[in-house]
Design a protein around this ligand. Structure first.
Ligand SMILES: NC(=O)c1ccc[n+]([C@@H]2O[C@H](COP(=O)([O-])OP(=O)(O)OC[C@H]3O[C@@H](n4cnc5c(N)ncnc54)[C@H](OP(=O)(O)O)[C@@H]3O)[C@@H](O)[C@H]2O)c1
Length: 276
């Protein structure tokens, strides 16, 4: 079984560098997908209230037989539940749905600057962490100005910022902003919808290593220092995606993949995204 490295948080805890995401995993197959991933050696499940499959996440965990304390579970508070009381209710509901006593990590899903409640939400996160509802607190889709606002006001630095990141959107500036503040960068939609799978830097590294373009991309994330979560409901592709710890990309291959960055998002821009 894969020996997945862990990345240290600024609060003394740590996270597996690689994990399994359950966005868009339908309820009727989610428990099986989670159990299958855990059976293959995944030890991080990335959920969110928005995904509407937290109950199934918990079912999958119990079905897998893997002890709770060996699995890192993340969830997120959605945009319409910002603010002190709603954020607390959201986290309590997630705990109950998943059927666990404590979350390993909870993230503010998006800053939604227009409604201007992310600072109050962060203050609620600090209180909840201190009360033991979750072990660590972080954010998702935060730009540098959003980070500075919550850090300056509270003195508490998020442990992690989960952002869209893939070969066509390598986010060097945001990765540096996170690193400068001691924040782990975690990549969402790490395969970038496969947009660059046919590109020469990926196909030639895949040929040399005997791996697939998807495995080369996931390996590139690891060697870049990103935490990364991938998703597949197909057990074969789940196994393929975790089989990335027995090879290494050369510095030349890493440089060639760097040229694929065109700054193209697949998802929305965090500075304006406001769907509630
Ligand atoms: N914070 C945020 O705002 C945010 C936003 C988006 C996502 N996320 C998180 O990030 C996780 C990962 O992002 P994502 O779900 O977009 O995942 P992804 O791993 O980038 O892409 C998943 C898609 O790629 C396919 N796929 C998976 N492995 C493959 C392989 N080896 N070869 C070819 N195709 C493959 C999957 O199809 P099959 O299932 O058919 O294999 C699925 O359609 C999410 O599940 C969620 O937890 C967070």
């Amino acid at each position: 079984m894969a020996d997945i490295p862990r990345l240290a948080f600024n609060d003394g805890h740590s996270i597996p560098q690689f994990g399994f995401g359950i966005w868009r995993v339908p309820q009727d197959i989610c428990a099986e997908a989670v159990a299958s991933a855990l059976g293959l050696g995944y030890r991080l499940i990335d959920g969110a209230y928005l995904y509407l499959n937290e109950k199934e996440l918990g079912e999958g965990l119990r079905r897998s037989g893997v002890p709770r304390d060996e699995v890192f579970i993340t969830t997120k508070v959605w945009n319409n539940e910002h603010g002190r009381d709603k954020a607390r209710a959201s986290v309590e509901r997630s705990l109950e749905s998943i059927g666990i006593d404590q979350l390993d990590l909870v993230l503010i899903h998006w800053p939604v600057p227009e409604q201007d409640l992310y600072l109050e939400t962060w203050e609620a996160f600090i209180e909840m962490r201190d009360a033991g509802l979750m072990r660590s607190i972080g954010v998702s889709n935060f730009n540098a100005d959003h980070l500075d606002r919550i850090i300056d006001a509270t003195g508490v630095v998020p442990v992690l910022n989960q952002i869209e990141l893939n070969p066509e959107l390598q986010q060097p500036r945001m990765r540096a902003e996170n690193a400068k503040r001691g924040i782990v960068t975690q990549a969402w939609t790490p395969l970038g919808n496969g947009r660059s799978f046919e590109a020469d830097p990926l196909t030639s590294a895949a040929r040399r290593t005997g791996k697939s373009p998807a495995q080369v991309v996931l390996r590139w994330h690891l060697q870049t220092g990103n935490a990364v979560i991938s998703r597949s409901v197909n057990p074969g592709r789940q196994a393929e995606n975790i089989d990335i710890f027995d090879f290494e990309l050369t510095p030349e291959e890493m440089d060639a993949i760097a040229t694929l960055d065109v700054g193209l998002r697949t998802g929305p821009d965090p500075s304006v995204f406001k769907i509630l």
